[in-house]
Design a protein around this ligand. Structure first.
Ligand SMILES: Nc1ncnc2c1ncn2[C@@H]1O[C@H](COP(=O)(O)OP(=O)(O)O)[C@@H](O)[C@H]1O
Ligand SMILES: [Mg+2]
Length: 254
């Protein structure tokens, strides 16, 4: 792998002036933010504000019309997804991409680019399955898992290659309270191990209680950035969530 190593400024991943349109829809409209290395950050915003598209731009699933994606100071915008992945950046999906006709264990082993012997991969898969408490379902087909279980499986699968940067798109959706608590502990453990984590999430308790820094998007641009307390008190953020348009979801954690 090339291009690894510490960035010049403690920034793991940076979006610079990203723009992406789909037909007449400007999904991302000049979005910039920098994710500090080794931190848990949140990316929030009302439905349709461009969060998932931003994740797609960061991970090579969509090509930006304009702008840069800097990883360790190198522009990786437009790089194919598997090459982004090879740089140690991995993600989960809002709509899970679990293989329905594969078992939980097979899903884990389906990760490409695992540069370890089969036996080691298998051991790692078993460990990670246990970590997300899906051990009892290791032989179950992906298609038979609940949505929440699929989210946990994707999270576990994302860890197979020991990535440096982990992007999670709504990891808490459909996950029950107990498992969510467990998932959050795992996310903190990853951080303690030096990983960088960026979370898109509608559950404001998750965002406000677990992210050090939060980026807020609306209409494809970043409208605010700061610590949880700053974000909760930010007029533009409150306006985006409660103003002009009728929305679901509140910005305040319970
Ligand atoms: N593949 C696509 N084709 C057309 N429009 C899209 C596509 N992906 C996203 N959009 C539109 O771009 C905007 C931002 O979507 P998205 O990034 O999914 O927002 P979020 O994740 O914040 O809910 C929305 O208006 C959405 O309908
Ligand atoms: Mg989304």
């Amino acid at each position: 792998m090339t291009g690894r190593g510490p960035g010049p400024d403690g920034i793991a991943l940076e979006a610079r002036g990203l723009r992406k349109a789909f037909g007449g829809v400007q999904a991302v409209d000049g979005c910039s933010f920098a994710v500090p290395r080794g931190k848990i950050c949140g990316l929030i915003g009302p439905n349709g504000s461009g969060k998932t598209t931003t994740f797609n731009l960061l991970t090579g699933l969509a090509q930006p019309d304009e702008g840069q994606v800097l990883h360790d100071g190198v522009d990786i915008a437009g790089l194919r997804p598997h090459l982004v992945f090879r740089r140690g950046i991995t993600r989960t999906f809002q709509i899970t991409r679990v293989f329905r006709e594969m078992t939980v264990l097979e899903n884990m082993l389906s990760v490409i680019g695992l540069a370890v012997p089969d036996r080691v991969a298998r051991e790692r898969a078993e460990e990670l399955i246990a970590l997300v408490k899906l051990g009892h379902l290791r032989g179950e087909y992906g298609g038979r898992l609940s949505y929440g279980q699929q989210k946990l499986l994707e999270f576990a699968r994302a860890l197979m290659t020991d990535p440096e940067v982990i992007l999670l798109d709504e990891p808490a959706a459909g996950v029950n309270r107990t498992l969510l608590q467990h998932l959050l502990e795992q996310i903190h453990r990853l951080q303690e191990a030096g990983k960088t984590i960026l979370i898109v999430e509608h559950d404001m308790n998750v965002i406000m209680n677990h992210c050090e820094r939060i980026f807020v998007m609306d209409y494809g641009v970043k409208i605010a950035e700061g610590a949880p307390a700053e974000i909760q008190a930010d007029d533009r953020v409150i306006e985006a969530y409660f103003g002009r348009r009728r929305r679901t979801g509140a910005v305040h954690a319970a």
